[in-house]
Ligand binder design. Structure first.
Ligand code: ADP
Ligand code: MG
Length: 401
């Protein structure tokens, strides 16, 4: 379904004299009081530049941490103000109370930027409160959402606010939507790799992907529940016996929808994760009671490579082993290399999303070799699960929600 895009609507249009409320994800990770990663800020720079070039004044809004509806200096966005100025290469004003920023916003001149204090200092933000949203909406003429990582949340600054202003997707949100839609609407062969720790956290994802993909490769800890459900011994491995029936129903769905569900035939096992020297390769079915699965084996990697070779689009979420502990990163690193090589050779379009898998790929220094890395962990997964997101639905054309 088409949605309203800033880049399209205002490609050749001036925004001089207009004030744009820009919802960004400025929830920058902090360590010991310092910003440890500026990626989220860097990601919105193209939208800021786009707006400034057309003469708009920009009112930046965001949440920061979890202050649970109360003013708390620990969660003040003022902490990141100098960093924002530096990255945007522009002076940025600051308003210390979201609901009392009317004067500061009205005084903004074309091209100027103001950052409002943490939205979550008001409980109304997370309650998707219409009055709260309408009050913020009075500061601007147009609303732009560029916070993909927050768009799975039905919060006032993402959802309710769109009732009060003409609303558009920013450049980052547009890229993210277009990438997920590429997966969901593809007529070409798709291979999805889903790993990570537990099946219980990704049931809906697996259920939806089974209907849409040619190859669904399940790995990591969650694969163990599938081995268990099929009657194999998994020893001390991470396993969720209560999800046996779910695993069996996903296997049945795969048959129904003609999806080639691939599980590793061999894995690395160890008796003690802390002592990797004692690990060995084992076939599924030959795992001993005191062993645990920590990575996939070489036969499994060959099967994965074959599936990827036969695909045009490859989507990956969740590492395939306990990648934080060497050498159990080898399986995930090898998968990253296979995908990177095919991507660089122009054979596939590759997308990764999630938290840990993005870290695993970054640790292998291969991030630049993927076609697209989603900036939203939870929202990327929820979009793939439900074919939509609350924050995207409200930007759709002809949507009356
Ligand atoms: P993502 O953040 O990419 O969605 P998850 O959060 O679902 O991924 O899972 C990541 C975790 O899965 C990692 O901490 C990793 O150690 C763990 N994991 C992967 N394979 C196994 C395994 N065989 N046994 C236990 N944990 C595993
Ligand atoms: Mg994770």
């Amino acid at each position: 379904m088409p949605y309203k895009k800033l880049s399209q609507e205002f490609a050749n249009q001036s925004l001089a004299g207009k004030k744009v409320i820009l919802r960004a994800d400025l929830n920058l990770p902090m360590q010991s009081g310092f910003i440890s990663d500026k990626t989220r800020l860097i990601n919105i720079v193209p939208t800021i530049k786009f707006l400034q070039q057309r003469g708009a004044a920009i009112i930046l809004i965001s949440h920061f941490g979890r202050p649970d509806g109360e003013f708390n200096q620990k969660y003040s966005l003022k902490q990141i103000l100098s960093c924002v100025q530096q990255e945007l290469e522009t002076p940025v004003f600051f308003a210390g109370d979201v609901l009392k920023a009317s004067k500061e916003c009205s005084e903004l001149k074309d091209g100027e930027v103001i950052l409002l204090e943490n939205l979550r200092f008001y409980k109304e933000e997370e309650q998707n409160d219409s009055y709260f949203a309408s009050k913020i909406a009075t500061y601007g003429d147009i609303y732009v959402n560029d916070a993909f990582g927050c768009s799975h949340r039905k919060h006032a600054s993402i959802h309710a606010i769109t009732k009060f202003l003409p609303s558009f997707a920013g450049l980052l949100l547009q890229k993210e939507i277009d990438n997920v839609e590429k997966i969901l609407s593809s007529k070409e062969a798709i291979t999805c790799l889903v790993g990570g720790s537990k099946i219980s956290t990704k049931i809906d994802l697996l259920k939806n992907l089974v209907k849409k993909t040619q190859n669904l490769i399940i790995g990591g800890g969650m694969a163990n529940t599938f081995y268990y459900a099929s009657g194999s011994e998994v020893g001390k491995s991470l396993c969720e016996p209560d999800y046996k029936d779910i695993a069996l129903s996903i296997i049945a769905d795969a048959k129904k929808y003609n999806c080639n569900l691939i599980l590793a035939e061999d894995v690395f096992v160890t008796k003690d994760v802390a002592n990797p020297g004692g690990c060995r390769i084992a076939k599924i079915g030959e795992i001993k009671q005191d062993e645990m699965i920590v990575d996939i084996g070489f036969e499994a990697l060959k099967a994965i490579e074959l599936a990827i070779n036969a695909s045009k689009i490859v989507v990956w979420n969740g590492p395939f082993g306990v990648f934080e502990k060497r050498p159990f990163n080898i399986g995930s690193e090898t998968i990253a290399r296979i995908i990177a090589q095919k991507t660089n050779g122009g054979k596939i379009y590759s997308i990764i999303g999630g938290g840990d898998v993005v870290s695993a790929v970054a640790a292998s220094c291969l991030s630049d070799s993927f076609s697209y890395i989603s900036t939203g962990g939870g929202s990327f997964l929820e979009y793939l699960e439900k074919n939509s997101l609350p924050g995207v639905d409200v930007l759709k054309i002809n949507d009356d929600a």
